[in-house]
Design a protein around this ligand. Structure first.
Ligand SMILES: [Zn+2]
Length: 77
């Protein structure tokens, strides 16, 4: 699954999503679907838990906690 970065013009948020072919991409903040696709991260295939963990750590560092569930935010915070 590729991971793509998007920008939401509604709430001015940037975020990354794993996108499957069937995924409808929506902003995790406002649910908007009119998103600008940013440079796709030519990430290696997200098979490794370590890679996912690193990506999440980076998201956390950058304040993209919207990528996390409430329970996960507790761990990250
Ligand atoms: Zn939004």
């Amino acid at each position: 699954m590729p991971i793509y970065a998007y920008h939401c013009p509604h709430c001015d948020d940037d975020f990354e999503l794993l996108v499957r072919s069937t995924t409808v991409v929506a902003c995790p903040q406002c649910g908007g679907t009119e998103l600008s696709k940013l440079v796709s991260l030519t990430a290696p295939q997200m098979k490794s838990p370590g890679i996912i963990k690193r990506a999440r750590a980076r998201a956390a560092r950058e304040g993209h906690l919207s990528n996390f569930s409430a329970a996960e935010r507790g761990k990250v915070g």
